[in-house]
Design a protein around this ligand. Sequence first.
Ligand SMILES: *Cc1c(COP(=O)(O)O)cnc(C)c1O
Length: 359
Amino acid sequence: MIFEDCYIFTPGPVKMSEEIMEIGAKQTPYFRNAEFSDVTFACEKGLLEMVNAPEGSRVVFLTASGTAGMESVVMNLLSKDDNALVVNGGGFGGRFVDICAVHDISHTDFKVSNTNLADIEVLAPKEDYSTLIVNAHETSVGHLYDLNAMGAYAKKNNMLYIVDAISMLVTDPLDMQESGIDVVIASSQKGLALPPGLTMVILAPKAMEQVQDIQSLYFNYKSYLSNGERGQTPYTPAVTIMLQLEARLAQIKRRGGVEQSIASAKEIARYFREAIKGLPLKTYTPYMPNAMTTLTPTDGKSAMDIVNDLEDGYKVMVCPNGGEQRDIVFRVSHMGEMTKEYTDVLIDAMYAYYKIDRV
Ligand SMILES: *Cc1c(COP(=O)(O)O)cnc(C)c1O
């Protein structure tokens, strides 16, 4: 299949802009020099600005997918003395639980559903925790949590507050200072709309104090932080994706800043949700991010069949769920280079598929 012929609405990779794709078509440059250090510095500065990181925060750039960002945070910041409260509202929360288990970190699997955790104070188990870990947007079901409420809870209980923001940065608001977040995990292939392969971990000063010596060469934050002081990484970075990240951060700024990107994603999501009201589908959760809409068929059709038929018949790619949810839900991403025009292709395809006239 030629993917360029497809309309893409999957939650990572997402639709990329021409400007970013053109950088990907060029020769990868050598990177152990001052020119590339400036690229790293620009990326770090842009990211810190985007999340309103507190003074003195730093970014670790890892050449890996987002899960390495998640795992490396647990490896570098948590030890046997910690006790983590891990919010688990789906597949990605479950992944943090697995990571804590693999690394022998004592933790509670805090299973949640039907709440955005505005009431975490009431819902959280009454144990003594050192750390709160959450995926701001649980991408497996399209569910967004209340970052401020969790931050207030973490602050009150003196916990380190770790947020995987991979699938909501750029499309939904995140402010490290306002929410009291100590660690933000980002990844290239979601809202940043770059190719996969780069994960970024933003550490507030409080988190940097907790960085420890660990049994890993590649994932050792201390060496990333010291190399980062001269704009370098200890090992070869995803050079081209870093160049694309620099351009993407500049693009976001040029278009009116991250507030503008969030407003645009919000409007696209609203437009899509309004437009499909004539179809036998309902939204899966009341706590939807701007990044994505999760839908459940109300006419007994299999969600998996819908996904396959849309791709085969109309060249539009939405995202199925696995396991038990295979037939119950499918997901539509609004991340990346989305316009109403582009979204109309999907909406029209859905109406055509159901043989219903779009009004
Ligand atoms: C996509 C995603 C990740 C990272 O997954 P990778 O496949 O390792 O890039 C992590 N957390 C969330 C919430 C995600 O949506």
